[in-house]
Ligand binder design. Sequence first.
Ligand code: GLN
Length: 220
Amino acid sequence: MKSAVIVFPGSNCDRDMAVALEKITGQKPQMVWHQDTTFDDVDFIALPGGFSYGDYLRCGAMSARSPIMAEVIKRAQAGVPTLGVCNGFQILTETKLLPGALMRNARLKFVCKDVALTVENDTSTFTKDYSKGQEILIPVAHHDGNFYADTETLDRLEGEGQVAFKYAEDINGAQRNIAGILNDKGNILGMMPHPERMIAKELGGTDGCALFTSILNTLG
Ligand SMILES: NC(=O)CC[C@H](N)C(=O)O
């Protein structure tokens, strides 16, 4: 499985993502600078976490307009599996590849801890190695993780199985405790928690591994 990690000025989880991808797929991903306009023909694209452009304007707003994003948007719309973690999720909502927005955490505090998530979808490219209702422990580290969407969108996301993960309890005010969502085709996942930081016992646990094995088992 060939993958690419898009690197923005201020990304800080790009190497964690690369380590996770290499460990689980056995292949080093291509690291792609945001000013590039194209990259290799890959099976999977990752938008990593971080503080791209210093979170100026709104988290992810400037990165969503980086030169490389025109190519990312084109490929994601054509069906290439694309994962955005934390800042990557914020970028995906800013490009409108995913609905809704990530607002400032309800209690206006940066939240940095391991949190319990429930798996809501166990059939997607990203989640099939989990089981529905399973509780997993994955770290979060964000100040803008408060997922917002209008009621109609929330009902559609829940009704169509597009909610991938929920927080087991409220940590940031996110509506319906939503921690991660899929697009309608199921090839784009955005999530605030960091699965790439939970892939080894030494890191505190391995609950993030199934996300990457799901992708690998789907794509080969
Ligand atoms: N870890 C991250 O990707 C942080 C995301 C974002 N800059 C926030 O704090 O909300």
